[in-house]
Design a protein around this ligand. Structure first.
Ligand code: SF4
Ligand code: SF4
Length: 309
């Protein structure tokens, strides 16, 4: 065991920064009674659309000790994906999907941090998560002092904006905990709400996935509702609009992660290339990318859908 809780916490934080994480914060594990009602209300309104998995495993989602036996702490981590340059292709892919699949890249970093912690705590029960299990990651990040929940429902950091992935290690180790982030720096700003082309942002800092371009272009496996026609602003995989307009993203620094650099072919896609995209090119372009999640048929559907935008 490395020293006491305070020592261990600062050693983990230091290693997280060394591995390239933007920020790192610590929360004590507890059942999330304070958000249970609002989460159920979001589900009851059907805002999770076709993401049935959001309605499953709610006992685990609301109590991480059911995910990791003996869990005492959540280590929340941010990993930057803000690109130094936008791809100027006529059809738009969300920034987080420019390079290699974040699940693999960020998980690789998390596993390194996990192994580092285990060197001196080999009996720790712990698991790594990146958007892969029922973990309310934005809540834990806020609780770990990393930022607040913006009106666009993203976690926003005063220093780092919102173009980052959130990851967690849930561990049985006792650590030193940060104060939850209590302020709301959105103030009277409404930019994200006004800029969202489909009116998906609801008044209580949630998003109605049924109307969200991100959901429709990635998660929705059936037809895109015709009422959304002409509103996608050429977005064919994900959507950054409500983050692009956020003043807290004005001065964010680009990432330095080589795996997130886009390949040359993606950079130079023309309108005709997108329209003529065949299965082989799709496979080559997105072999290692999160875009493969939409599958070839899904991306083709999206390309057709934005034809009239
Ligand atoms: S991601 Fe796009 S569609 Fe979804 S809430 Fe933000 S601006 Fe609206
Ligand atoms: S655009 Fe304005 S209201 Fe929306 S999340 Fe950013 S600061 Fe908050």
């Amino acid at each position: 065991m490395i020293g006491d809780n305070t020592d261990l916490t600062s050693i983990i934080r230091r290693e997280a920064f060394r591995l390239g994480f933007l920020d790192c914060g610590f929360s004590r594990v507890k059942p999330l009674l304070e958000i249970e009602n609002s989460y159920h209300a979001w589900l009851a309104k059907g805002y999770h659309a076709g993401m049935d998995y959001m309605a499953r495993n709610n006992d685990k989602r609301l109590d991480p000790s059911l995910l990791v036996p003996g869990a005492k702490s959540v280590i929340s981590l941010l990993y930057n994906y803000y690109p130094s340059q936008e791809i100027s292709s006529p059809l738009i892919v969300a920034k987080y999907a420019y390079g290699e699949d974040y699940h693999d890249v960020v998980k690789g970093k998390l596993f390194q941090l996990d192994a580092f912690i285990r060197i001196s705590n080999d009996d720790a029960e712990q698991r790594c998560f990146v958007d892969s299990a029922p973990v309310l990651e934005r809540f834990w990040a806020q609780n770990s002092g990393l930022g607040w929940m913006g009106k666009n429902s993203c976690l926003i950091s005063r220093k780092h904006g919102s173009f980052f992935f959130i990851a967690e290690i849930i561990t049985s180790l006792e650590l030193q905990y940060d104060e939850p982030f209590a302020r709301d720096y959105c103030g009277t700003c409404q930019r994200c709400i006004e800029a969202c082309p489909t009116g998906a942002i609801t008044p209580n800092r949630t998003v109605d996935s049924n109307r969200c371009i991100s959901y429709q272009t990635i998660e929705n496996k059936s037809e895109i509702p015709t009422e959304l026609e002409g509103k996608f602003q050429n977005r064919i995989f994900g959507c950054d609009i409500c983050q692009d307009v956020c003043p807290w993203n004005r001065k964010v620094k680009p990432h330095s992660e080589p795996s997130f650099l886009p390949n040359e072919k993606l950079r130079s896609m023309t309108s005709a290339d997108w329209q003529n995209l065949d299965k082989d090119t799709f496979r080559q372009l997105f072999r290692k990318s999160a875009v493969k999640r939409a599958k070839y048929a899904g991306l083709k559907r999206n390309i057709d859908f934005v034809k009239g935008d």
